[in-house]
Design a protein around this ligand. Structure first.
Ligand code: SAH
Length: 494
């Protein structure tokens, strides 16, 4: 049977797509239906029909799924940030566990029995709302010309006013309302993408959960004298300073006509340049993932990359540390190290850690963070992992000073940790890792599809997958973080 546009269908949703959409089948033909929850029986209208599948629009939930819940946010359908907010949290976790399993099976080529033997249950969140420590709100105007802040309607650039995102901190609302009221009072114009005119483009808020410190950064389209970019700045600063825990207020200059949100230049206009956050080390072998009493402190600036879910980050990094199996004697490489968070975790238990990261500013931060935590056994290198690693491996003498200083065999580390961006590791990087032949590889991933692709290469290179554990860092969304441990089988000849 051929399916046509505008045709109505009635299906039971039996699966979940990669973007969180419901999938229902009729005579084996799959329909992808956004906002339908697994277990629902729905009526939908076909929007686009292809040879082997079709997209349909949800018209009516005829029988609601037992996994369907009332979303907290009334904008969840339009926003698109929380693709699965209408799904019960326990079912979300099951979906993520299965997603990782499925990728390992289909893309990684691992046998089902092997995955089921080694895969550990996903580490869920205690409270899957208000978990983010960073929020970025686009600023625009409503129909009456009043300044608004909110979110872009999924895949568009029109802004819906909403200062109450359920993933962000509750205190963000007061900050946004203060800035918007000031803008209205002093006729400070929001930036307009089409004309390129107007001043305020975005508002960035970062919160430190451990210290309660708050950072606000206004992204401005401004070319004049930077510290006085805002009209009646003193009044705004006085009001922001009155908000509990306000620690840092800055402006970021972005005059480019692009989708890139933050420019390169930041000027602090009130308070400190950074906020502090601590990440505690947990013992992931205990049922309650108990704290070990050890913690590391990090300075975060408006432009730093920093994990967005601090409570789950503790668990993820602690898991990586556990998988690394350090005893104090090991040489460790941490590739894609950002501001050195995982590197410093490793440094607490290793002999020596070497971090590699492409962004120079992040490496500067990593060095400062090491010093701040009195860690002297971590060195950092700026560059691409796939370039730095071969330089060391293929021309180790270049770095003989470092090698002598630490007394470690940098070319043959005990452990290599990688935490690449979504696109995964470069093939060159993986091939040099194989040549370096560490006894353990810890792979932390934010995309299970590229993870599975890379694990296949490492397995073909002689490594065995020993442990896999997803950690939910992004409740209500389809994203998932995974930690894996690979080891060389005993006596394996490289
Ligand atoms: N481990 C860190 C950062 C992980 S995000 C943390 O948990 O905070 C991935 C990092 O890889 C980013 O900081 C990004 O700048 C960096 N990166 C991207 N491509 C890279 C490459 N080819 N070589 C090295 N680092 C890279």
């Amino acid at each position: 049977m051929e399916w046509k546009k505008d045709q109505k269908i009635r299906v039971e949703i039996t699966d979940i797509g990669a973007e969180g959409e419901g999938i229902g089948k009729q005579d084996g033909f799959p329909f992808f239906i956004k906002d339908a929850v697994i277990g629902d029986v729905v009526e939908a209208k076909i929007m686009k029909s292809k040879k082997n599948y079709a997209y349909a629009r949800l018209e009516k939930v005829v029988i609601p799924s037992p996994f369907r819940v009332q979303p907290l946010c009334r904008y969840h359908k339009q926003c698109g940030g929380c693709q699965i907010q209408a799904m019960d949290y326990a079912r979300q976790l099951k979906f993520k566990q299965e997603k990782v399993r499925d990728h390992l099976l289909r893309i990684g080529g691992f046998p089902a029995e092997e995955i089921d033997r080694i895969m550990e249950p996903i580490v869920g969140m205690e409270n899957p709302f208000h978990y983010r420590n960073k929020a970025l709100y686009p600023v625009g105007k409503d129909k009456e010309g009043n300044p608004i802040a909110g979110f872009y309607v999924g895949r568009t650039h029109s802004i819906i006013a909403n200062t109450e995102c359920f993933l962000g901190r509750k205190e963000n609302k007061e900050i946004l309302d203060t800035i918007l009221a000031y803008m209205k009072e002093f006729h400070v114009e929001p930036y307009d993408e089409t004309s390129g005119l107007g001043l305020v483009r975005h508002i960035l808020i970062r919160n430190s959960f451990s210290r309660g410190e708050i950072m606000v950064c206004l992204v401005l389209n401004y070319e004049g004298k930077k510290p006085e970019a805002l009209p009646h700045q003193d009044i705004l600063l006085e009001r922001l300073a009155n908000i509990k825990n306000m620690t840092s207020v800055s402006v970021n200059i972005n005059t480019e006509k692009t989708n890139v949100i933050l420019g390169k230049e930041v000027h602090t206009i009130w308070g400190k340049n950074t906020i502090r956050d601590s990440i505690r080390v947990r013992n992931m072998e205990t049922p309650d993932m108990e704290f070990t009493g050890q913690e590391l402190e990090f300075e975060i600036s408006p432009l730093s990359f920093y994990q967005v879910n601090p409570l789950q980050t503790e668990k993820l990094y602690s898991l990586a540390l556990q998988y690394a199996g350090l005893t104090g004697k090991e040489t460790v490489w941490d590739l894609y190290c950002g501001i050195g968070t995982i590197s410093l975790f490793m440094a607490t238990r290793a002999r020596q850690v070497y971090g590699v990261e492409i962004i120079p500013q992040a490496i500067e931060d990593a060095r400062k963070n090491a010093a701040k935590n009195h860690i002297s056994n971590a060195e950092f290198f700026t560059g691409k992992a796939e370039e730095i690693l071969p330089r060391f491996y293929e021309n180790g003498e270049d770095f003989s000073d470092l090698q002598t200083k630490s007394g470690c065999d940098m070319r043959h580390p005990d452990v290599i940790v990688v935490d690449p961006p979504r696109k995964g590791c470069d093939e060159k990087c993986l091939s040099v890792m194989l040549k370096m032949a560490p006894s353990r590889i810890v792979y932390v991933s934010c995309d299970s599809a590229t993870l599975a692709r890379d694990l296949r290469i490492l397995r073909e290179g002689g490594y065995e997958l020993k442990r896999v554990r997803p950690v939910d860092q992004f409740g209500m969304t389809v994203h998932i973080e995974v930690a894996c441990l690979l080891e060389t089988p005993a006596n394996y000849e490289f």
